[in-house]
Design a protein around this ligand. Sequence first.
Ligand code: HEM
Length: 149
Amino acid sequence: MRSTRLRGAGLVLVAVVLSGCAGMMAKEEPSLYSRLGGRDPIGLVVDDFVANLSADPRVSARFKALPPEQVFRLKSYLADQICEASGGPCSYVGRDMKSAHQGMKITEAEWNATVEGLVKALDKHKVPAKENSELLGLLGPMKKDIVGQ
Ligand code: HEM
């Protein structure tokens, strides 16, 4: 009886030690923010993203209408937003997506053009497919607050 209990305790101890080792060996993946290279590379992607939108006739009128200081602010907000959403040390202090796009009546086609503009910028900066789709996965849920408002 006593030896059965001891054997049981021994097995529990071995299991605890082994799971501890597995925990130490399992390397945690760096945040998406780190894999994107940090705030500066994110800023470069955002510069090209907004340049792509300004050059795309499907959405360019929206952006050409903005004065330069507003474009500057938009880029800075976008970079902070991506930085924060991807696990970086930034705080997005702009408006929530519903308020920011209120009254714009953005269409599904404009949404698609915008996503294309972002993907083109990510491709230009050679962001790998995994990070590319992780980022789109973070931004995708914002669609309901942006389209048709
Ligand atoms: C995932 C997609 C999108 C994200 C993450 C996003 C993010 C933002 C952010 C952070 C701002 C600035 C908010 C502020 O000033 O407080 C903004 C403003 C703006 N967005 Fe979007 N946006 C998205 C999609 C779109 C689309 C599809 C359009 C239209 C084609 C659009 C057009 C604009 C315009 C014109 C402004 C400037 C508004 C202003 O300064 O008054 N956005 N967006």
